[in-house]
Design a protein around this ligand. Structure first.
Ligand SMILES: Nc1nc2c(ncn2[C@@H]2O[C@H](COP(=O)(O)OP(=O)(O)OP(=O)(O)O)[C@@H](O)[C@H]2O)c(=O)[nH]1
Length: 658
């Protein structure tokens, strides 16, 4: 009961100390009036040793151990690592009020406190943010290229000079702005969606008039439904069917296919607009743009557009420029970006030095739904991360440190989790060893599933770390499997080394030149591999996995020996047989492994090592071709007869591949 209660908690408990029955006292305490309880004066870690907890609770470790014993814990030592669930129960026993888990600080929500409360007075219409999705080759890029040529910046400058992941157009009739994200398949968008962020307002689903609905169209429909984004369908490549009647028919077919895939198009009384277009000739492209504006008007897309609102946004892209340093494209979600503002993002922050558009022009401000390049970051922000304005540099620093500390706690948790896992494995191994009778049965047992070969990825930037994890995570076969236990940016630190030691992992360093010597030749004996090219790293991982495949040995014949005579000797009242042999081929070694074969069927009557090898009365190490010798076999095997042949072989390791 006790265990099952604990196992229902948030975190899975891997190692549970042996606790006795839970005293009724626990539950009585829980009923204590909330007002009488003290707030917990520290962030409750996921794992903590008894001695550290005593420190945090400012009590003597011996008395904590004694109290734990009274509470039903047994066999606890000062080094035992308690999981969070236990710590919470102990805190309750010590009259602390547990924090509301919904308000718990995490690396992902730590910046929430920087936000200004919503103020409807500042709400203003903003341009819709649009993503184009559809099946491969149905014409997404062609639509984007067409629109980019007519983009605001291109019109003003006769061209776009750099790619910043997004662009804006002004619609031909209504003269309103639309923001297009031009890398919809980018993993960043997946990352943002995973975080529950919906940066897109409208999805334009592209369907080719020739192919109609294809697998990726269905995927995009599914995504639109799940994300709650509004949808507009563009039936593309209509110029490919010039005959009006045939074109009508083809459009009709695509529309019906859309309906049967659950899209409620206007034709059947729904609200999804279907616009037949050609991005090649530009036919109906204006209708598509106006359809987006119409939908955006209905959706009444608004954001707080005031300098008083703390600005927020998302990083679309980031790069290091030789001339200006760290540059990131920020899609503004609310508020106004302005030179001099302080922005916090992921593990970094910066003071906005400059804001630029796609042509590289400096802008004084950027408003909601604008995507602009922002300069001035201390370190390179990661695409997909959220940007929030901070009051001043000191606040930004404080919040970034808070986040880093929370990340450190998370990492520590992982290390300890592995440590507890390791301990549990060792304990169960010991238990198995002591169960002598079952030994043979256990030995026969095949471990189920592939063996995990662990790796820790450390890279120069988070993009590379992610890419590397993606490229190696699937490596392996049904015998061995690559398992990435952690991946992060920067030179391996003490925690990485500890984690590697516990999980028996190899640390893969990518683009981390100049690793310190105490990391390369670390005292823990952790293997550090360094790479600068991804495919070399993949090759290296494949090699490590291959080395971990169970070796297969093949018998290679190296000599043949004939049994020609059998001698019998009396040794301490016991008759002993010796096989009188002649080496007919190769070289027989004292340490050779042999097979005795009989008759034309080559029936194997013995397979094993030699017990002795003599020439005359002398023990010898080897006998070469044409020479005679006396042999005895292991475990006193004497079942051979004259005429049997001895095949001498060595075990050769067969190369294996994944
Ligand atoms: N005639 C005609 N050809 C088009 C049109 N739109 C796209 N194409 C052609 O269709 C092919 C695929 O177009 P893309 O725009 O690259 O398609 P995509 O969906 O971006 O393809 P992926 O990036 O591979 O997913 C190219 O050869 C385009 O020139 C159109 O409206 N009319």
């Amino acid at each position: 009961m006790w265990r099952s209660i604990l196992c229902c908690h948030r975190t899975t408990i891997r190692t549970i100390p042996k606790v006795g029955r839970v005293p009724v006292r626990w539950y009585a305490k829980k009923l204590k009036k909330v007002a009488q309880l003290k707030p917990v004066p520290f962030i409750i870690p996921n794992y903590i040793s008894v001695s550290k907890l005593a420190n945090l609770l400012n009590c003597r470790m011996e008395s904590l151990l004694q109290d734990l014993k009274k509470l039903g814990f047994s066999n606890l030592s000062q080094g035992y690592i308690l999981s969070r669930e236990y710590v919470e129960l102990i805190l309750q026993e010590y009259d602390y009020r547990l924090p509301d888990s919904s308000k718990e600080l995490t690396p992902d929500n730590v910046y929430d406190a920087l936000r200004t409360p919503a103020n409807p007075r500042f709400l203003q219409k903003r341009p819709p943010v649009v993503t184009i999705m559809g099946h491969v080759d149905h014409g997404k890029t062609t639509i984007i290229d067409y629109l980019r040529k007519s983009s605001v910046v291109a019109q003003e400058h006769g061209g776009i000079t750099q790619h910043i992941g997004s662009f804006q157009v002004i619609t031909p009739v209504s003269k309103k702005k639309i923001t297009f994200l031009d890398t919809p398949g980018h993993p960043v968008f997946l990352k943002m969606r995973q975080r529950g962020a919906n940066i897109t307002d409208i999805i334009v689903l592209v369907v080719s008039i020739e192919d109609s609905i294809m697998p990726q169209t269905v995927e995009a429909i599914k995504h639109a439904k799940n994300s709650g984004n509004e949808l507009i369908v563009a039936i593309t490549k209509i110029d490919r069917i010039s005959q009006p009647k045939q074109r009508e028919k083809a459009i009709e077919k695509v529309t019906n296919d859309l309906i049967s895939n659950g899209i409620t198009v206007e034709k059947v009384g729904g609200d999804v607009q279907v616009i037949p277009i050609s991005a090649k000739t530009g036919e109906n492209m204006d209708l598509l743009e106006e359809a987006i504006i119409l939908l955006a008007d209905v959706m009444d897309i608004k954001a707080e557009n005031s300098l008083k609102t703390m600005a927020e946004g998302w990083i679309l892209e980031s790069r290091v420029s030789k001339s200006v340093g760290n540059v990131a494209t920020v899609l503004v979600k609310k508020g106004v970006l302005q030179k001099g503002k302080i922005l916090v993002c992921g593990n970094t922050y910066g003071k906005v030095k400059n804001i630029r558009n796609e042509a590289g022009d400096q802008l004084s401000k950027a408003f909601p739904s604008d995507a602009v390049e922002v300069l001035g970051w201390k370190q390179l922000p990661v695409a997909g991360d959220q940007v929030i304005e901070a009051k001043n540099e000191a606040t930004a620093k404080k919040f970034v440190s808070k986040r880093l500390a929370l990340l450190e706690i998370e990492k520590e948790g992982l290390t300890v989790e592995k440590l507890n896992e390791q301990r549990a494995i060792e304990a169960s191994k010991k238990e198995q060893e002591s169960e002598g009778e079952n030994e043979d049965i256990d030995e026969d047992k095949e471990p189920s599933g592939p063996k995990n070969i662990c790796f820790i990825v450390k890279a120069d930037v988070s993009g590379s770390a992610e890419a590397i994890v993606e490229s190696i995570a699937h490596l392996g076969n049904d015998e061995v499997k690559c398992k990435v236990v952690s991946s992060s940016v920067g030179i391996p630190n003490e925690n990485d080394l500890k984690l590697a030691q516990i999980t028996n992992a190899t640390i893969l360093c990518f683009n981390l030149n100049g690793l310190p010597n105490d990391v390369i030749n670390n005292k823990l004996g952790v293997d550090i591999k360094q790479y600068n090219v991804v495919y070399k790293l993949i090759e290296g991982v494949t090699e490590i996995l291959t080395d971990n495949l169970t070796p297969i040995f093949e018998k290679k014949q190296i000599a043949t020996v004939d049994i020609r005579e059998i001698f019998e000797f009396q040794l301490k009242k016991k008759m002993i047989k010796i096989a009188g042999c002649r080496v007919t081929n190769g070289k027989l070694n004292r340490n050779s492994v042999v097979q005795i074969q009989r008759g034309p069927t080559k029936e194997i009557i013995y397979d094993g090592p030699l017990s002795s090898l003599k020439q005359g009365k002398e023990d010898v190490m080897e006998i070469t071709k044409g020479n005679e010798c006396g042999i005895t076999f292991d475990r006193n095997f004497e079942g051979y007869q004259v005429g049997d042949k001895i095949m001498v072989y060595e075990e050769v390791k067969v190369p294996r591949y994944l």
